[in-house]
Design a protein around this ligand. Sequence first.
Ligand code: NAP
Length: 268
Amino acid sequence: MEQTVVLITGCSSGIGLSLAVRLASDPAKMYKVYATMRNLAKKERLLDCVKGLHKDTLDILQMDITDQRSILDARDRVREKRVNILVCNAGVGLMGPLEAQSLATMRQILEVNLLGTISTIQAFLPGMKAQGHGRILVTGSIGGLQGLPFNEVYCASKFAVEGACESLAILLQHFNIHVSLIECGPVNTDFLDNLQRAEPGDSSLQQVDAHTLSLYDTYLQHCGMVFQNAAQDTEDIVKVQGISGCHPVIEPCIQILHQQCPHSAQQP
Ligand SMILES: NC(=O)c1ccc[n+]([C@@H]2O[C@H](COP(=O)([O-])OP(=O)(O)OC[C@H]3O[C@@H](n4cnc5c(N)ncnc54)[C@H](OP(=O)(O)O)[C@@H]3O)[C@@H](O)[C@H]2O)c1
């Protein structure tokens, strides 16, 4: 049987890495996984997880989703010349009082989470339309459904992704292309370490009023506790993504929108 070709963004760590390992390890070798990452120097972690196996089910490609040339180069290096499932997973967080965020930093978050996701979809859409089928999975966030204090720009980026995907999903039904948003709550990954965060004492916080700083301090403690006590494992998210033959488990903090795959539950 022909392998299902899956291309995943942001596979250097976290959810993207787990999904790549899981699909590439499918005992029936049903999937050919193109695990992409912006910095190939970080590929050792993924290679360690697959322990040198999976040569016929896994390829690692460079792809920075803020660089159109890099997206197109990765697309053109897919040997099968088709992608059945595109997983737009790469993303970055930004935390802190809004007054402390520079325009450059806010632009960067929108550049990755919103425009990077849309550019990736744009690059693969013509191929999916031409082949007459496809599936696009986007790692959204509970922060794309409800606002979270001190995460204004991150939430704005994820809300915007919702709008783009919901709009696209309606049209793409006519092309047999299904769009799914996976709305993650806290997940045990490198996300907290990687996110851009104003730390108490940072110069960017010097002009922020004392009341806001005190609320931010409380928020950081709360956030740390939530990640420590309630975060899900990446495996839970991978199950919800529902493309590895298993039925998705809908956890309390996860919803799936526009899920139309036979293996997937539909959220009202
Ligand atoms: N963990 C959570 O609690 C949580 C909750 C809700 C939603 N999410 C979403 O889940 C997705 C995956 O995050 P994660 O939790 O797995 O965090 P993670 O471990 O930090 O992984 C994020 C991945 O995105 C990559 N990335 C960042 N900018 C990129 C760019 N310009 N081009 C290509 N790749 C880029 C990172 O690469 P580098 O290693 O090079 O930085 C990394 O591979 C994100 O979209 C995030 O918003 C996470």
